[in-house]
Design a protein around this ligand. Sequence first.
Ligand SMILES: [Zn+2]
Length: 227
Amino acid sequence: MRRLLCMLAIALLAGCASRREPSVVLTGLPDPEYIEHFEMPAVEVDTTDEPARLVASIPPRYPWLPVDGISPRWRYLVIHHTATDFGSMRDIHQWHLDKGWESGCGYHFVIGNGTNSGDGQVEPGPRWWNQATGAHTRLTEEMAQRRGIDSGHYNEYGIGIALVGNFAIDRPSKAQLDALVDLILALMQECHIPLARVVGHGEVDETTCPGDNFSMWNLRTRLRNAQ
Ligand SMILES: [Zn+2]
């Protein structure tokens, strides 16, 4: 009896002491039986002496995010057309290898037009996976001098995105434009690139790329409205 009174006193004192604290109600505690029958997933033990690598257990935000992250050097997004009726990342990679470009496809991303890849399909290339310098916007020496920058400036700091098609004659498909807007918005966020640095090839060099039928004004309006 004395012991019971003692316990009651302790309980009351404890109650007084914690009265000012908001009470926390724990819910969803697992049933002890559940714990007993719950089997922990098997853990694979790595016995190699390779340096530890972070294996993401959560799916990445975008399927094109490189495992080792994005280089901090990207400052521009440069929009192109392929000036061909058909193509895919695989095709362009081969065409550029045939030109003698060791790293293949000069663009970081290609957006298909439904010929050799899906309409609006975004394909990252080897230069994106390797976060390598592009080969898509080499300025003429005259232009580079006039602007006071190196002729390789936009290849070094620009992510090249090409839409398959010849927009001097045709128009980009709705699926291509939708995919382009989504990709640009994601890259602007991931690489901290402002809208003012989303440029058409012909806005920074003497070329008609990405074609007269591709409106950078429309693209910028869509991007501004989506931000
Ligand atoms: Zn171009």
